[in-house]
Design a protein around this ligand. Structure first.
Ligand code: NAD
Length: 256
């Protein structure tokens, strides 16, 4: 149902972004992958996505911490029917110790980038008469944890931007929503399991249930495929009247 549409997914050379790109490509969309690196393997990822799903795919380098590069990503893509704002980083420290440069980087990459890409994409969506914006926020866009000041602030900001974008496009065939994942099993999370097992002398299952998923009532990770399918649903005809809202994929975290 997405044949002929072009999807730009920021921060998509790994993890959730790559998972979302795969599910959108499965639904027929042409894909623009992105990150701040420009390695052969980044371009190879796009090639394998094209081969696997029979769509067009390319990789465009752009640093989402810089507003002009965010806008240039959309301009270079040339078309942007679906925009997935996914790029994000994390840093954890108490507020008095939180390094200013980490605060600035998280606000820029996790929040402001979505403003810049949206600003550049909306004219293209209006010209095409259709558009879908999916912001990858977080359970931390709806609730908080200590020591994650910048991340929680940025993700709440993304939820706010989602609502404003929805209102400014409400009478056009453009929607904007935020997905709020709980813990998702990405390579980054997977890599932490062996060390944590050693640290606490626990089995893999204990580490997952007692340490990582302490706040996730289902005691299961969400998968990148599930986040991708949620994004694909928000781009489907069934979701045409869903706009300006959040959809939690968090195993019950925010119900607590
Ligand atoms: P990840 O580290 O695998 O992916 C982050 C992506 O962003 C990577 O592709 C990375 O290259 C890219 N990126 C980082 N800095 C960038 C920059 N300056 N410019 C362009 N790209 C940049 O992590 P992930 O878990 O897949 O996270 C993806 C998104 O999902 C983030 O916004 C994160 O906050 C959100 N999220 C993740 C979880 C989780 O449990 N993994 C939960 C909730 C929300």
């Amino acid at each position: 149902f997405l044949a002929g549409k072009t999807a730009v997914v920021t921060g998509s050379n790994s993890g959730i972004g790559l998972g979302v790109a795969h599910q959108l490509a499965r639904a027929g969309a042409d894909i623009v992958l992105n990150s701040f690196t420009d390695r052969d393997e980044d371009h190879a990822l796009a090639q394998s996505m094209a081969d696997q799903h029979g769509v067009k795919a390319r990789y465009i380098k752009a640093d989402m911490s810089k507003g002009d590069e965010c806008r240039a990503l959309i301009e270079t893509a040339g078309a942007c029917d679906i925009l997935v704002n996914n790029a994000g980083i994390q840093f954890v420290a108490p507020i008095p110790d939180f390094p200013t440069e980490k605060w600035d980087a998280i606000i820029a990459i996790n929040m402001s980038s979505a403003f810049h890409t949206t600003a550049a994409a909306l004219p293209l969506m209006r010209k095409a008469g259709w558009g879908r914006i999916v912001n990858v926020a977080s359970a931390h866009g709806l609730t908080a944890s200590p020591f994650k000041s910048a991340y929680v602030t940025a993700k709440h900001g993304v939820v706010g931007l989602t609502k404003v974008t929805a209102l400014e496009t409400a009478q056009e065939k453009i929607t904007c929503n935020a997905i709020c994942p709980g813990y998702v099993l990405t390579p980054l999370v997977e890599a932490q399991i062996p060390d944590t097992m050693k640290e606490y002398d626990m089995t893999r299952d204990e580490v997952i249930k007692k340490v990582m998923l302490e706040r996730q009532p289902s005691k299961e990770f969400a998968t990148v495929e599930e986040i991708g399918d949620t994004a694909a649903f928000l781009c489907s005809p069934a979701a045409a009247q869903i706009t300006g809202t959040t959809i939690s994929v968090d195993g019950g975290w925010t119900a607590l």
